[in-house]
Design a protein around this ligand. Structure first.
Ligand code: NAD
Length: 476
C-alpha cells in the first residue's frame, strides 16, 4: 500500500489478514479518497478471489478449536479486543476521520467509542444465554453456525464490522470480514487491533476488496452464514444466493424511519422532539441506516413545528458541525431527491448562513428540511442517505401509525408524547425493530435489526449472539 503525504497514520501495507498473517493484496489497487479534501489518502492493494478463498479455508480450519473454547474464554477475548480498541483509539479516530470525513468528536465518541462498548456488552450478555437447557426429555444446546462471511458498508466503518465480530466470535463461529472498499483503512486498523489483542489465528480474517470479493465469499460453499449490512437491493440478492444453498443469512439493510409527535405534547417536549429529530436525522451527515428521516406531526402543530425547525436547523453547519457525504455521487443523489420533492410540491427550509459557509471543496451538503411532503412521494418512501428530513402532517393517531408503517422499511422509530403509556401503546403498533420513546437512549444490549425490507435477524446482545447459533436437541 502506498501512503500519501497527508496520511497521518501508518497502517499495515497489506490487503489481507489470513490465519493471523498479513498478506500483500494480490488483487486490484484502489485509491482511498478523503471526502473533505477530495485528495487521495492511500492506495490500497486489495485481495484476490484466491485470497478470499484462502481466508474462508483459514476460518474453516480454525473453527473447531474456537468452537471448543469456553464461553468465558471467548468473553475474555472480546474484552481484550475492547481494551485494544481503546488503546488504539487515536489511530482509529484518525482513520475514520480521513475516510469518512467525520468530525473529530463524532469519530471519537461514536465511531470508535461505541464498538468497544459493544464488545464489552456482548461479553456480558454471553453470561445470560441459555447455552444448554433441558426441555422435557431433551438437552437443547446452542452450537456455532460455523464459518461466517461478514460484508459491511462504509458509514460506520468500525462499528458494523465489530457488531458482527462480537456476535459471531462469542457464538463460537470464525469469520472472514470483507469491509466496504471506501473504508478499507479503518478495517485494517481493526485487524491490527485483533492481532495485537492476541485472538487465535484464523478466528478473524480480513480480505479487502469491492463487490467482486464480496461475491467470492457469498459464492463459497464453505461459508455457513452470511452476515450482510448494506443496501436492501444488494442484501436481497446476496441473501437469496446463500439461502439457495440452505446457508444462513442475517441482513441489516436500509430504513426510512419515522419520528412521530403525538398531539398531547407540551411546547417544551415539542421543542425537544424537533431538536432531537434534526440531530438524529443529520447524524453522520445523514448516512445512518436508523436515521429518523420522516417527522410526523399533528396538522394543528405544523406552524409551530416549522418555526422550531427553522431555529434549530441553523445548528447544523457543513464543515463545522457536520462532515461531508462519502462521495460526489452520494452528494448529488441527495440533491436530486430534494429537487424531486420540490417538483412534487414540497417546500424547503435550508439555512442561508449554513449554505454560505459550506466548503466548496469536499462532498458537503447543507441539510434540508422538506415541508408539506406527501407520504407516498418518492422522498418519503426511499432512503436518501443524506441530510434530508421530510415533514409530514397527519390528522389523527390512526393516520399517524398508518403513515409511519406505510413504507417497505421497518428499522427504527421514535414516538413523542407527554403520556409515556400512550407513547408505548403507539410504539407497539409500529412495525420496526426498535422504537424510542421520547428519544430513549441507545442500548448496546438490546436487539438491533429490521422488520420488512430492513432486514432479517438481529445484532447485539443476547439476540445478536444467538443469531449465529444453531440449536441442537439431544433426546434421552
Ligand atoms: P452496498 O449494498 O452497496 O454495499 C455494502 C457492502 O456490500 C460493501 O462492502 C460492498 O462492497 C458489498 N457488495 C456490493 N455488491 C456486492 C455483491 N454483489 N456481492 C457481495 N458484496 C457486495 O451499500 P452501501 O452503499 O455501501 O451502504 C449504504 C447502505 O447500507 C444503505 O442502504 C444503508 O441503509 C445500509 N445500512 C444498513 C445498516 C443496518 O444495520 N440496517 C447499517 C448501515 C448501513
Amino acid at each position: 500500500m502506498t501512503r500519501h503525504e497527508n496520511t497521518p497514520v501508518p497502517v499495515e501495507p497489506h490487503g489481507a489478514y489470513v490465519s493471523g498473517v498479513w498478506q500483500p493484496g494480490a488483487g486490484e489497487t484502489r485509491t482511498v479518497v478523503d471526502p473533505r479534501t477530495e485528495l487521495p489518502v492511500a492506495e490500497v492493494s486489495e485481495a484476490s478471489p484466491e485470497q478470499a478463498a484462502a481466508a474462508v479455508a483459514a476460518a474453516a480450519e480454525a473453527g473447531p478449536a474456537w468452537a471448543a473454547t469456553s464461553v468465558e474464554e471467548r468473553a475474555q477475548a472480546l474484552r481484550a479486543l475492547a481494551a485494544q480498541l481503546r488503546q488504539d483509539a487515536d489511530e482509529l479516530r484518525h482513520l475514520v476521520v480521513q475516510e469518512l470525513g467525520a468530525p473529530d468528536a463524532l469519530a471519537e465518541k461514536l465511531h470508535v467509542g461505541l464498538p468497544a462498548t459493544v464488545l464489552d456488552a456482548t461479553a456480558e450478555a454471553a453470561g445470560e444465554i441459555a447455552w444448554q437447557r433441558r426441555i422435557g426429555n431433551s438437552s437443547v444446546e446452542l452450537e456455532p453456525v460455523g464459518v461466517v462471511a461478514a460484508i459491511t458498508p462504509w458509514n460506520y466503518p468500525l462499528h458494523q464490522p465489530v457488531a458482527k465480530l462480537a456476535g459471531a466470535l462469542m457464538a463460537g463461529c470464525t469469520m472472514v470480514l470483507k469491509p466496504a472498499e471506501q473504508s478499507a483503512l479503518t478495517a485494517l486498523g481493526l485487524a491490527r487491533a485483533v492481532d495485537r489483542a492476541g485472538l487465535p489465528a484464523g478466528a478473524f480474517n480480513l480480505v479487502l476488496g469491492g463487490p467482486e470479493i464480496g461475491a467470492a465469499l457469498v459464492g463459497d460453499p464453505r461459508v455457513d452464514m452470511l452476515s450482510f449490512t448494506g443496501s436492501t437491493e444488494v442484501g436481497r440478492r446476496v441473501g437469496a444466493q446463500v439461502v439457495e444453498r440452505c446457508g444462513r443469512v442475517a441482513l441489516e439493510l436500509g430504513g426510512k424511519s419515522p419520528s412521530i409527535v403525538l398531539d398531547d405534547v407540551s411546547d417544551s417536549r415539542l421543542e425537544a422532539a424537533v431538536k432531537v429529530t434534526l440531530a438524529n436525522c443529520f447524524l453522520n451527515s445523514g448516512q445512518t441506516c436508523t436515521a429518523w428521516t420522516r417527522l410526523l406531526v399533528p396538522r394543528s402543530m405544523a406552524g409551530r413545528v416549522e418555526e422550531l425547525l427553522a431555529t434549530y436547523l441553523a445548528r447544523h453547519v457543513p464543515g463545522v458541525t457536520m462532515g461531508p457525504l462519502i462521495s460526489k455521487e452520494q452528494a448529488e443523489r441527495a440533491e436530486r431527491y430534494v429537487a424531486g420533492a420540490l417538483n412534487q410540491g414540497a417546500r424547503m427550509l435550508r439555512d442561508r448562513e449554513a449554505e454560505a459557509r459550506r466548503p466548496r471543496t469536499g462532498h458537503y451538503v447543507t441539510p434540508v428540511v422538506l415541508l408539506d411532503v406527501d407520504p407516498s412521494s418518492q422522498v418519503a418512501q426511499e432512503e436518501v442517505f443524506g441530510p434530508v428530513l421530510s415533514v409530514i402532517a397527519y390528522g389523527d393517531e390512526r393516520e399517524a401509525v398508518e403513515i409511519a408503517n406505510g413504507t417497505r422499511y421497518g428499522l427504527a422509530a421514535c414516538v413523542w408524547s407527554d403520556d409515556e403509556e400512550r407513547a408505548t401503546a403507539v410504539a407497539r403498533r409500529i412495525r420496526s425493530g426498535q422504537v424510542d420513546v421520547n428519544g430513549g437512549r441507545f442500548n448496546p444490549l438490546a436487539p438491533f435489526g429490521g422488520f420488512k425490507s430492513s432486514g432479517i435477524g438481529r445484532e447485539l446482545g443476547v439476540f445478536g449472539v444467538e443469531h449465529f447459533c444453531e440449536p441442537k436437541s439431544i433426546q434421552y
